[in-house]
Design a protein around this ligand. Structure first.
Ligand code: SF4
Ligand code: FES
Length: 248
């Protein structure tokens, strides 16, 4: 396949940035989207040009690092896959593909297609953990009965990889889907009850401090989430938040 790529180039956080057009040749339909960018970068380096900076780590849908806005969609046109799992067979020979970084006030661009998602880390630090009793009377976690439905829902919530596609897809740049997944994975389990009140209050507070917008139930986040995180988590987080506010 031969393609035309329109890519956001930005030298650093303070640079204004602009779209630049590049032809890329000899792309196999079996390549992943990131492998296609690797080919582009090799071709740019051969020409003595600056390669395009983009984030990646695992390249198997686990780490949440790859974060491209492709043809107006977070992680591109396929469903329930990350950019690293997106294959070039989803595109046509001769096509023009537009590639931008995830855009949100709380995700500033670092360079080209790489963004700073440390705001997510700070939300996690505010409550994404549990305390374990190490007094010697610790109860074996395996001895705690947990309804199968709750265990499954907690596991589903825990599959959130923190990629930020939910924020990038939301017209309000809301992080509610991400935060609600992190709150839900503990709220559904007995181990999460010790800090339940502080967790939801602190994580929501940090989310607001980071400058994420509010949820207006458009549902774009759920559609673009590569892990299929359900909007039901947002409803659960709202209930947890209300409960915590009443408790004080
Ligand atoms: S909720 Fe989905 S889209 Fe949002 S950070 Fe988690 S995995 Fe990514
Ligand atoms: S590079 Fe790890 S999820 Fe894509």
């Amino acid at each position: 396949m031969n393609l035309t790529l329109k890519i956001w180039r930005q030298k650093n956080a303070s640079d204004k940035g602009k779209m630049v057009t590049y032809p890329v040749t000899d792309i196999s339909e079996h390549m992943s989207f990131l492998e296609m960018l690797d080919v582009l970068n090799e071709q740019l380096i051969e020409k003595g040009e600056e390669p395009v900076a983009f984030d990646h780590d695992c390249r198997e849908g686990i780490c949440g690092m790859c974060s491209l806005y492709i043809n107006g969609e977070a992680h591109g046109p396929d469903r329930k896959v990350t950019t690293c799992q997106l294959h070039m067979r989803m595109f046509n020979d001769g096509e023009t593909i537009t590639i931008e970084p995830f855009r949100a006030k709380a995700f500033p661009v670092v360079k080209d297609l790489t963004i700073d998602r440390s705001s997510f880390d700070r939300i996690q630090h505010a409550g994404g953990y549990i305390s374990v009793n190490t007094s010697g009377n610790t109860q074996d976690a395996n001895a705690l009965p947990i309804p199968k439905k709750n265990a499954d829902l907690a596991m589903d919530a825990a599959t959130c990889i923190g990629c930020g596609a939910c924020v990038a897809s939301c017209k309000n740049s809301s992080a509610m889907l991400f935060v609600s997944a992190k709150v839900s994975q503990y709220a559904l389990l007995p181990q999460g009850q010790v800090e339940a009140t502080d967790r939801v209050l602190n994580m929501v507070n940090q989310m607001d401090l980071e400058g994420f917008g509010n949820c207006t139930n458009t549902g774009a986040c759920e559609v673009e989430c590569p892990k299929g995180i359900s909007l039901e988590n947002i409803a659960r987080m709202n209930r947890e938040y209300l409960k915590a506010t009443i408790k004080g």
